[in-house]
Write a protein that binds this ligand. Structure first.
Ligand code: ZN
Length: 194
């Protein structure tokens, strides 16, 4: 299934068309409004664009804050180390994932229970649905960062943006899949030993 997705993504890069951030109708209407001295709607649209741009970073900042606070209250202050090593939030010994991240073809295989303390890694059915929001935030943050870097340092043609974004986001799939789940389990799983 993953191979199909990669092929689709790569294909999409090569059929890319340049597009305006706003449609022609909106643009005409906005320019008309602004030239008539009415900047209210244009300001509203600008705010909307900024809002969409900032939202993923805000999500990451909020998660990072709660994560940091949880790691401070942890007596051994090992949360950061253990979660980065993808260890069980309760016993800090069992692995959450079945294989190390270096076995790239099996990156998504997760243990259903902790191999050490037997706690379930799925606290409730459909638990990891929420991890989607974290990986979404990861991906948007990565894409925006790459786009800004390309824009300011290289200023390449359009297809280079598409190709680098797809390449980088494919490279980051195992990372964002795993760490969104790990962060979600640590943050909302309620498994931490007290
Ligand atoms: Zn455990």
């Amino acid at each position: 299934m993953l191979k199909k997705q990669i092929i689709t993504a790569v294909t999409l890069v090569f059929v890319s068309l340049s597009a305006n951030a706003q449609c022609a109708m909106c643009r005409a209407a906005l320019e008309n409004n602004v030239s008539n001295g009415n900047i209210g709607i244009a300001a509203g649209i600008n705010f909307g664009i900024l809002y969409l741009f900032v939202a993923p970073y805000a999500v990451i900042a909020i998660i990072a804050f709660f994560w940091y606070r949880a790691s401070k209250t942890n007596s051994k202050n090992e949360l950061l180390k253990r979660s980065m090593a993808s260890k069980c939030p309760r016993c800090k010994k069992g692995d959450i994932f079945h294989y190390p991240l270096t076995r790239i073809s099996k990156f998504s295989e997760m243990n259903s229970h902790c191999p050490q303390c037997q706690v379930s890694f799925t606290p409730e059915p459909g638990f990891y649905f929420g991890a989607l929001f974290i990986s979404y935030a990861f991906n948007v943050a990565i894409m925006v960062t790459i786009s800004i870097l390309l824009y300011f340092f290289i200023h390449p043609p359009d297809w280079v943006y598409g190709a680098s974004l797809v390449t980088v986001s494919i490279i980051f799939i195992p990372f964002s899949f795993r760490y969104s789940r790990i962060l979600f389990l640590y943050g909302f799983g309620g498994l931490q030993s007290r």
